[in-house]
Design a binder for this molecule. Structure first.
Ligand code: FE
Length: 290
């Protein structure tokens, strides 16, 4: 079975790229890289040329998630396996490869309709990451850029797509009323992808992990000083032990800004069911008056 190694990048479509530029650099603390010819905004978090790409478009949404394969052989095999399972896989054009700064790229949609880019071979720029607002570092490397929570109108098939075709393993589950939330991993990060039922395919939030608890605290102040809506106060999650807060991005999805997530080991990890998202905190502030 194909084995995704991690969440490599996300691509966001927006009607307001300047809002994302401000949010990405001044709130998240990521580094703005020179624009590509088509105006794509690339935000750098680490040694990779970018981890978030923002493209101008007619909608505000997650355009796609970039999931990384280890090398060319395993990338080709993943494409073959997806096609054998009846999925339409389209190989990336030379222009797309150049824009994503990778050696190989293929497009496929999951059963809920969310678009993925499978890729291998990031092309490094060897630029040192320097946060414009003093974030010490983002925790990436073998853990990927972070995690994402996807709502899907076809949660069962979507879960099977990722676990049976792309190598994701179940970390734990939670029932929220009638909705089953499944957290899955593809590396030592407790979850890179969580899936739950929703009316349409959409990203509920993405998470980036910073190097210290102070990075979260400074971030919490910074977001509020910038007038960004806090969706959940600082709290500690029960499953990955992440200490984090949630805020509204310029798009429909939220961002989770966290520190201290556990690493799990497939040799010993067993799946459990959690019954609360957080040990403490993660309180929802009232909606601000308009
Ligand atoms: Fe999260």
């Amino acid at each position: 079975m194909a084995q995704v190694m991690g969440l490599g990048y996300i691509v966001i479509e927006t009607r307001d790229i300047e809002a994302w530029r401000q949010f990405g650099t001044q709130a998240l603390g990521m580094m703005e890289m020179p624009r590509s010819d088509d105006g794509t905004l690339h935000l750098k978090m680490d040694e990779r040329p970018f981890r978030i790409a923002v493209v101008e478009g007619g909608e505000d949404r997650l355009a796609c998630a970039g999931w990384e394969l280890a090398n060319d052989t395993l990338f080709e095999r993943a494409i073959e396996e997806l096609r054998a399972a009846g999925h339409v896989v389209k190989e990336g054009t030379a222009e797309e490869l150049a824009d994503r700064k990778v050696n190989g790229l293929a497009h496929v949609a999951d059963p809920g309709g969310a678009e993925l880019e499978l890729f291998y071979g990031p092309i490094f720029d060897h630029t040192v990451f320097i946060s414009p607002v003093g974030v010490s570092r983002f925790v990436t490397g073998t853990l990927g850029m972070g995690h994402m929570v996807m709502l899907s109108p076809e949660p069962e098939e979507t879960y099977r797509f990722y676990t049976e075709l792309l190598g994701f393993r179940l970390s734990d589950t939670m029932h929220m009323g009638d909705v089953l939330l499944r957290f899955t991993h593809c590396n030592q990060r407790h979850h890179s992808l969580a899936i739950a039922k929703g009316p349409a395919s959409m990203m509920q939030h993405f998470m980036v992990e910073v190097g210290t608890l102070d990075d979260v605290g400074y971030g919490f102040d910074r977001f509020q000083d910038l007038g960004i809506r806090i969706r959940e106060t600082i709290g500690k999650h029960t499953n990955d032990h992440m200490v984090s807060f949630y805020a509204q991005t310029p798009g429909p999805m939220q961002v989770e800004y966290g520190f201290g997530g556990i690493k799990i080991d497939d040799a010993t990890w067993t799946t459990g069911e959690i019954t609360a998202t957080s040990f403490w905190g993660h309180r929802r502030p009232p909606k601000p008056a308009q």
